[in-house]
Design a protein around this ligand. Structure first.
Ligand code: GUN
Length: 296
């Protein structure tokens, strides 16, 4: 058996096209242009690449992009003042503070200073609580992208056994909440889980988000299972730099029913969902009905 390869790049392209269509309609019928502000502190090269891609895709979707690049030695007071200004700016519907922040800045404090209605990352403590209680809020982009792909593949997820490997606040925990919201039986496994291989073999849906290159092998995968690989790990192979996931792709693809590749799987969905969240936030801010299929 060979798994169906889930084309995240194509899926993300369709999500972005849907977002762009809604943006066009909002401009035409309501004179509303959704706006996303991205704040980058310091010069982390990976973050600069992300921020550039976010800005470009925001503009391509027809939305307004506001980039704020601050020096690495920016004070907490100055960063908080910028967040407050963006909170008060009616042209800004989404605010994203790029992580990681330089060490002298308290990321939790800064994230929780963002207006929860503009928190398109879904990291604010209010949004975490809303997700946990099944209320409407902003949902973290990467898990939302995974959920969209799973719904597209399976329709209903009700009653399926889902195992999430990894317990981060950004992916593992919100992913588990979303799967629970779709009536899966959810296990959160992690580095201390006893007999992790056996736990993984119980999964109809296996989500890998641990940040350990190729940790999950094919013999951990139940035949026919859906494998979602959130990992993006830079490794050196035969003298060349390569990106690999948390799943050993070749062995897992021989067993799984469907699997996301790395790159080209979950990765492209994250920015697509950021655009979707910005659109959703803009609609809610104006009291307009939010688009279907782009939210949890
Ligand atoms: N750094 C890497 N990924 C992300 C993300 O999704 N949001 C934020 N704010 N920072 C990140």
């Amino acid at each position: 058996m060979t798994a169906r390869i889930i084309d995240g790049k194509a899926f993300a392209g369709r999500v972005r096209a849907q977002v762009a269509e809604h943006v066009e309609r909002l401009k035409r019928d309501h004179g509303l242009t959704p706006g996303l502000a991205v704040v980058l502190v310091g010069e982390d090269p990976a973050s600069e690449v992300y921020v550039r891609n976010k800005g470009r895709q925001t503009v391509e979707a027809g939305m307004a992009s506001f980039e704020h690049k601050l020096p690495a030695d920016t004070s907490e007071a100055d960063l908080l003042a910028l967040v407050r200004r963006l909170n008060a700016d009616p042209a800004v519907h989404g605010i994203l503070v790029q992580l990681p922040l330089p060490k002298h800045l308290d990321a939790e404090l800064v994230i929780n200073a963002i207006d929860p209605a503009k928190d398109v990352d879904g990291f604010h403590i209010s949004n975490v609580g809303l997700l946990a209680t099944g209320q409407k809020g902003m949902v973290p982009c990467t898990p939302l992208g995974c959920l969209m792909m799973l719904r597209d593949l399976h329709g209903s997820l009700s009653g399926m056994n889902a195992v999430v490997v990894g317990r981060s606040n950004i992916v593992g925990k919100p992913m588990a909440q979303l799967l629970l919201g779709d009536s899966c039986t959810v296990t959160i496994a992690h580095s201390r889980t006893r007999d992790l291989a056996a736990v993984c073999r119980g999964a109809d849906i296996l989500v890998a988000a641990v940040g350990r290159p190729e940790m999950i092998h094919g013999d951990w995968v139940r035949p026919g299972a859906t494998v979602i690989d959130v990992g993006i790990n830079r490794v050196e192979r035969d003298g060349a730099a390569r990106l690999v996931g948390d799943v050993h792709f070749a062995s897992a693809a021989a067993v799984a029913g469907a699997i996301t590749p790395v790159p080209g799987g979950v990765g492209p969905m994250t920015i697509a969902c950021l655009l979707a969240n910005t659109l959703t936030a803009a609609c809610r801010a104006q009291g307009l009905t939010e688009p279907k299929g782009l939210t949890a």
